[in-house]
Design a protein around this ligand. Sequence first.
Ligand SMILES: [Mg+2]
Length: 358
Amino acid sequence: MHSPNSGDPGAGRENAVDEFDAIERLRARFEAVARGQYPHGEVPPSGDTWIGDDAAVVTTRAPMTDDQAKHQANRAGTQEEAAHPPTFQALLATDLIVEGVHVDLELCSLDDVGYKALMVTVSDLAAMGAWPEYALVSIAGPRGTDFDQLGAGLAAAAAETGCVVVGGDLSQSPTLVISTAAFGGLRGDTGYGPLLRSGANAGDCLLVTGPLGGSAAGLRLLRSGMAGSQAAAVLAGAYRRPTARLRQGEVARQAGASAAIDISDGLVADIGHLARASGVGIALDRLPVIDGATRDEVLHGGEDYELLIATREPDRLVGAFEAEELRPPIPIGVCVAQIGPATLEGHPLPPGGWRHQF
Ligand SMILES: [Mg+2]
């Protein structure tokens, strides 16, 4: 669902189906089936988050050896306790990279594409305050695809994030498509659950983990052949090799943040996702513009992969980032009770951001 800024596959097509309408219809279908599979409980079960957040949160039974199971049965005071082995929360995220939609192979190497494919998936776990553990990578590509180069980029991102690639699939295809799925968990016993989009409350402060607009500005410079200077190379790097803010997400969760999302579709679109899920409005008082980007690239560019964090305790968040020697988060506004279009310095922001059309 992250924002591609290299193409517009649905532009001009009549009766196009919007990405988010398609997701809602699929969600209704899958949840209807799940209700048959969970006849005695709610769907999703309490504590789970399925379709609609950066990553799905599911509760699964901890694997036990026979000895552990016996021990548990002996220890359990009642039969009911024995019948309910310990559970843990797992986080699941998946993302697609499609040649011509998300990446332009004239402007980045296959190495970059592989790197980005894993990183953008892992970014969705960062947005939940989770850490990636394992990934599956499926690649469909045309004849002549250089899997060594693609693999080098995937491996570099896997090494940087600590995410181990344990499987996947390969297929021939007219264009390059990479699907990456990641499995992760919440580290540390802090008592704080995953950071959901829906956790923000009126009065919460909003902060971002870094200035925005770099990826869109980098793409603009690459397209115009002006990415030669050192400053421009930084922006081109933001487009080619984004960084998942894993540590920032984890620290935010452990510092009691209330909600988070990664900036993939553009600031306006992503604050909209968080606002709708939380049932709040958003009032921004500043735009975190990276050097060299335009205001529009900040608002609608997307693919920055910085985290937008809501918290009731901004000082605690800033202190926790400082203690971990992370770049200070940038305050950009507050959540308000009045629901409606997000505002900047009191003026409504025009809607925008990427939406796939089908
Ligand atoms: Mg996301």
